[in-house]
Design a protein around this ligand. Structure first.
Ligand SMILES: [Zn+2]
Length: 67
């Protein structure tokens, strides 16, 4: 078994998108947080009720809750 040091992804505080790197590829903001819960994968935002509720228009990975 490999040692389980899981890398915590950062999440954009503005659009809740899971960000790889130092800034959000959608907002362009660096307003990120590692304090989030609920991994959410949006594949088809137009037909996803969750995406609509969270104002997500682009497919991708998001955090359900950002603190
Ligand atoms: Zn963003």
């Amino acid at each position: 078994m490999a040692s389980a040091k899981k890398k915590q992804h950062m999440v954009c505080r503005d659009c809740h998108r899971v960000v790889e790197g130092t800034s959000c590829s959608i907002c362009g903001t660096s307003n990120l947080t590692a304090d989030w819960t609920g991994y959410l994968v949006i594949i088809d935002p137009e037909h996803s009720e969750v995406a609509r509720r969270m104002n997500i228009t682009l497919p991708g990975r998001y955090a359900l809750k950002v603190r």
